[in-house]
Design a protein around this ligand. Structure first.
Ligand code: GUN
Length: 285
């Protein structure tokens, strides 16, 4: 039976470290601050934004929510981003994705100042991830790496298979695993013999967005299985991309959903916001 990786506990540890540093900055007269833009009323996005706000409050980070109606124009949104770029009291800016379809996500990401881009979505920061000198690490991928580190799981030399090639998770996580000397394979919807490739993995990451997609035949006995999925199927409770009940008896370690990767994403966002505050005040990170 797999060891369950407790993302909630590890996230609490990260947040406690961040809170301590945020308090130390405040002693020096620096108040860390995150601005979150939410366009429209997507229920899942509303939950994510509320959770981010709560985490800020718990850690002594000031937060400001900018709630814009679903019919906001591109021009208004870009001007909102520009105002936040220009405000000296704002350290981090996050625009919750996805945006309503009429808005150009890429243009909005590109408009956020790279120094305040706590999601690490701006091309300049994405380049930094690729080269290995990034100031911000993308939250979910960085959370996965921290989960592995805190669980004593070696990455160097291991076969890592990532299912999913999104800009938010699959691609940047593959780069972080590579940077840690993993041997990385990226799989996607056109990959042939997917279960067979996945069975070669010492570390298997599922970031597909399909409920219980990864079944027992994808998993080598003893493998580490990281489930990035957050699915809300109409017929049941929140679940991941991994069929947990089927995979847990085979895997060596596994993250549950909820309580695995999810809490780490927010913890790493808090860490990036702290990093932004330090950088903007000329402090080393
Ligand atoms: N939507 C889903 N995940 C994320 C994330 O990490 N950042 C932002 N900005 N939007 C998201």
């Amino acid at each position: 039976m797999a060891k369950r990786i407790d993302g909630k506990a590890i996230a609490e540890k990260v947040k406690a470290e961040v809170a301590k540093e945020v308090a130390a900055l405040r002693e020096r007269g620096i108040q860390t601050m995150l601005a979150v833009i939410l366009v429209g009323e997507d229920p899942a996005s509303q939950v994510y934004v509320r959770n981010k706000k709560r985490a800020c409050e718990a850690l002594g980070i000031l937060s400001e929510e900018i709630l814009l109606p679903a019919d906001t124009t591109q021009e208004t949104l870009l001007s909102c981003v520009q105002t936040l770029n220009d405000r000296a009291d704002v350290n981090g800016i996050l625009c919750q994705l996805p945006l309503p379809r009429h808005l150009d996500e890429t243009a909005v990401i590109n408009a956020i100042s790279p120094e305040k881009d706590v999601d690490a979505f701006h091309p300049q920061n994405v380049g930094g991830i690729l080269i290995g000198n990034g100031r911000f690490l993308p939250c979910t991928p960085a959370g996965v790496i921290r989960l592995l580190d805190e669980s004593g799981i070696e990455i160097a030399g291991k076969r890592c298979v990532v299912i999913g090639r999104s800009n938010i998770v699959g691609k940047p996580l593959s780069m972080l695993l590579l940077r840690r000397d993993g041997t990385v394979t990226i799989c996607h919807s056109k990959t042939q013999n997917l279960p067979e490739i996945c069975r070669t993995a010492d570390i298997l990451v599922a970031a597909v967005g399909r409920p219980r997609f990864v079944t027992a035949d994808f998993v080598k006995p003893g493998a580490v299985v990281i489930d990035v999925g957050v699915n809300r199927p109409a017929d049941g409770p929140l679940c991941g991309d991994v069929d947990f009940a089927a995979v847990e008896p085979i895997a060596g370690a596994i993250t549950p959903v909820p309580g695995g990767v999810g809490p780490m994403t927010i913890a790493m966002l808090m860490q990036n916001t702290l990093t932004a505050a330090k950088l903007q005040n000329g402090l080393s990170v």
